[in-house]
Ligand binder design. Structure first.
Ligand SMILES: [Zn+2]
Ligand SMILES: [Zn+2]
Length: 363
């Protein structure tokens, strides 16, 4: 599994940096995308990710720097996708996302060679600001886009939205509330199932068991009888199961306390760090976080890896640019973790097109 950062800037894209878009590449090669800011498809073309491999898209919140690339990207996938007749592009995000995408595709008369479906996370009352009514959108239009299938409405239970349910071998996704600027924002927790351990092939050969269907039975925990009548117990030839990875990807946030429980023990936490610690008031006013806040959260959920992203345009990435350097943000997060004595968590500063591998550990 691999996390690929396609855009790491906040607010708007520049010549050097794209806005929020993160790809999660699974072992089977399929890709889930988290957010899709303006210009994300240009970033995709520069990356190792093939648009035709994208099967699911998750949108954390409806601010433009996380959303405005979505209709264009969906149209691009349609030209690059080797479409199977039953392929459905699944899209998940806040209430209003369905209308946004439908109207964009209908007004531009964009036809797709596959079906798509938008599942909406229904907001809880504490997520809605006082002026919410002034910005209320019209949800009465019920005519679907020609390739659209009716999506579902996902309501919270005890502050948790079950986006994709855990079923045996399937990866599950839960969502929780991120406090942000006058708009519902969500963090997503992706949990892989545990995988079977590795078979000791040498030992099996010495017992006279050749590769074939018996291997599969042993791998699934079943004892077998060899053709010459010997019993081979699965636990004698099977290594320990490999733990499924857990990765938490936050939307823009200045407080994610409501999702500490579901994010607990994440192998990786992707968290915004828009402004440095000394600008905390400014960050809070805009509903954002500092590296110190991100590190405190990594400590609170016992994360092993903290990936910082969503940087203000004030930080320069190359020597040619003016302004403070991005490395300040990494140093501040590391200092906070040291202060909290959370030494097993390392900090990585994301940059556009950075690929971060996540390995499975044995249980
Ligand atoms: Zn943003
Ligand atoms: Zn935002």
């Amino acid at each position: 599994m691999q996390v690929v950062f396609l855009g790491t800037a906040s607010c708007f894209p520049t010549a050097n940096r794209g806005v929020s878009c993160i790809a999660l590449r699974h072992e089977d090669g399929f890709v889930w995308l988290f957010d899709c800011g303006e210009g994300s498809q240009i970033q995709l073309q520069k990356s190792c990710i093939r648009p035709g491999k994208i099967t699911k898209i998750f949108i954390t919140h409806l601010h433009g720097d996380h959303l405005f690339g979505l209709p264009g990207l969906v149209a691009t996938i349609s030209t690059q996708c080797a479409v199977k007749p039953d392929f459905i592009l699944e899209i998940y995000g806040p209430q209003g996302l369905r209308q946004f995408l439908r109207q964009s595709l209908v007004l531009s008369r964009t036809e797709l060679p596959f079906k798509y479906q938008v599942h909406e996370l229904m907001p809880e009352s504490y997520q809605l600001p006082e002026d919410w009514e002034n910005w209320r959108f019209d949800l009465s239009e019920e005519r679907l886009h020609p390739q659209e299938l009716q999506g579902t409405q996902i309501s919270a239970r005890n502050d948790v939205w079950t986006v994709i349910e855990q079923k045996n071998t399937k990866t599950s996704v839960l969502a929780g509330h991120n406090e942000h600027l006058r708009i519902p924002s969500y963090g997503f927790v992706v949990q892989e199932p545990d995988a079977n351990g590795k078979l000791d092939v040498e030992k099996l050969k010495s017992l006279g068991v050749e590769p074939g269907p018996l291997y599969s039975q042993l791998k699934h925990g079943k004892d077998i009888v060899t053709p010459d009548g010997k019993v081979v117990k699965s636990n004698e030839v099977l290594g320990p199961p490999k733990k499924g990875r857990k990765i938490t990807i936050m939307g823009d946030t200045c407080n994610s306390d409501k999702m500490i429980q579901i994010a607990m023990d994440s192998d990786a936490l992707v968290h915004e760090a828009t402004l440095e610690n000394s600008m905390v008031e400014n960050a809070l006013e805009k509903g954002h976080s500092t590296p110190g806040m991100a590190a405190s959260y990594a400590f609170a959920i016992n994360a092993k890896l903290l990936l910082l992203t969503h940087f203000s345009q004030r930080y320069r990435q190359s020597n040619e640019e003016d302004g403070p350097r991005l490395e300040i943000l990494q140093r501040e997060a590391e200092e906070k973790l040291a202060e909290l004595k959370h030494s097993k968590c390392s900090v990585v500063l994301a940059q556009d097109l950075l690929e971060v591998p996540l390995y499975r550990l044995s249980t």
